[in-house]
Design a binder for this molecule. Structure first.
Ligand code: ADP
Length: 169
């Protein structure tokens, strides 16, 4: 059984085996949680991202996929980078957002991570409505077989925290 915990705060302050990054497909950094992870984690993370670009991901990481690097100076062993879908009012595919959580857990299992922290993927610049994103996140984690013992959703503000809390209770 995987325990789900909610924390309100900055994911770069968490002490876990793996911190999930809401990256963009370039893997070369961006704003929001991505920027915060690279700032606090230091240059080792970007170095490894650049190497991944040069070797396996010349065209970038596809939406819904996940890949791990070192966590640099963060209090974690790995950062798992995943690319959330951009929300479009005209129609967005929830299975791509679910895939971010599922693929990140698959990578976490490959690494042997037992504690994993997730941000609310796609709910910032990518504009996915918070309640729907929270439902997809919680349902996907609950229905994905994994050896991860604790999934910690680290929510940056009250609005995100409350949305996830409603899904759990
Ligand atoms: P995306 O491009 O996937 O939307 P963002 O980084 O813009 O990614 O936002 C994803 C979520 O992460 C948003 O809810 C945002 O408030 C939150 N966020 C931003 N910085 C942090 C942080 N340091 N720790 C945890 N969550 C964060």
């Amino acid at each position: 059984m995987t325990t789900i915990r909610l924390v309100r705060g900055d994911i770069t302050r968490e002490s876990v085996d793996a911190i999930v990054n809401a990256a963009n497909s370039s893997l070369l950094g961006g704003g929001g949680v991505d920027g915060a992870i690279h700032r606090r984690g230091g240059p080792a993370i970007l170095d490894e991202c650049r190497k991944l670009r040069a070797s396996r991901y010349g065209k970038g990481l596809s939406t819904g996929q996940a890949v791990a690097t070192t966590a640099g100076e963060l209090d974690a062993r790995w950062v798992i980078h995943t690319v959330g879908p951009v929300y479009q009012v005209s129609g967005s595919d929830p299975s791509l957002l679910a895939s971010c959580y599922r693929e990140s857990l698959r990578v976490a299992d490959e690494l042997g991570a037992r504690t994993v922290a997730f941000p609310a993927i796609s709910t910032g610049v990518y504009r996915w409505p918070m309640d729907d994103a929270a439902r997809i996140a919680v349902e996907t984690v609950r229905s994905t077989p994994t050896a991860v013992e604790e999934v910690r959703f680290v929510l940056f503000d009250d609005r995100a925290y409350e949305a996830f809390d409603r899904q759990l209770h």
